[in-house]
Write a protein that binds this ligand. Structure first.
Ligand code: C5P
Length: 234
């Protein structure tokens, strides 16, 4: 790709995991490291895009130079920040691992061990942020947003349905591109390497060979660039 081929492109990227508090010291979380989202933010900046990175919990990652970083903790906060900013973005990449559920209530003080054993945790469903922005775009509410990218972390291998899950998820979410990666057994989460497939609503399916998350980022941005180019020339 050309250096600075994304000059002037406004990109909103989410990264890391959300944490859903139970009480002042405990939360429900996940194993996302944030590395793929940060790699995307760095690569997009190098290509000239202006990048806002909405960041949840990560392993200790330095803020990429030149990137506006907006910290969030919960899925609700992530949804609020994406809602505020998606209308100003040309590209939205949802690399964050968003908790599907949150505790119904957050205890004000530390939950004590009950005499009668563990207390059940009641959960509410978090909004699907990715589906929300696709729906908003389809209603014409996002103005400039042209390209929306989702991620799908699936357990299993290609023959074990990872690709089928990915195809179904692309259709369900309605985004333009879906990055499918196999997780579990030490794959993807927390590692520096990644592999998977890039599925597009155009029907194209590209295998992403095992490589660094930086390499993966540049493949993803190439595909985004193709879609931007297409929409700009029309
Ligand atoms: O359905 P699933 O969680 O596998 O979908 C993953 C994709 O959807 C990711 O791009 C993730 O950022 C996004 N997502 C979301 N809101 C949720 C759950 C997932 O935007 N509540």
């Amino acid at each position: 790709a050309l250096p600075h081929d994304m000059a002037g492109v406004r990109m909103l990227i989410t990264a890391g995991g959300t944490r859903e508090p139970l009480d002042p010291v405990r939360y429900l979380g996940n194993r996302s490291s944030g590395k793929q989202g940060y790699a995307l933010a760095r690569a997009a900046t190098h290509r000239g895009a202006s990048v806002t990175l909405i960041a949840g919990a990560t392993t200790e990652l330095a803020a990429p130079a030149g990137v506006e970083v907006v910290p969030i903790v919960t899925a609700t906060e992530l949804a609020d920040e994406v809602g505020k900013r998606a209308g100003d973005a040309d590209v939205v990449i949802m690399a964050a691992a968003v908790a599907d559920f949150r505790p119904v209530s957050v205890a004000e003080s530390k939950i004590k061990k009950g005499a009668s054993g563990p207390a059940p945790i009641e959960l509410d469903t978090n909004p699907d942020i990715l589906r929300g922005i696709v729906a908003a775009r389809d209603r014409g509410e996002l103005g400039g947003t042209t390209v929306i990218v989702g991620f799908a972390a699936e357990t299993g291998d290609a023959s074990g349905g990872v690709l089928d899950h990915g195809r179904a998820k692309l259709a369900r979410k309605g985004c333009d591109l879906l990055v499918v990666n196999a997780v579990g057994d030490g794959k993807a989460f927390g590692t520096d390497d990644n592999t998977g497939w890039l599925l597009a609503t155009t029907g194209s399916e590209t295998a992403l060979p095992l490589g660094s998350k930086t390499l993966m980022a540049s493949r993803i941005l190439d595909a985004v660039g193709d879609l931007l180019g297409g929409s700009r020339s029309h």
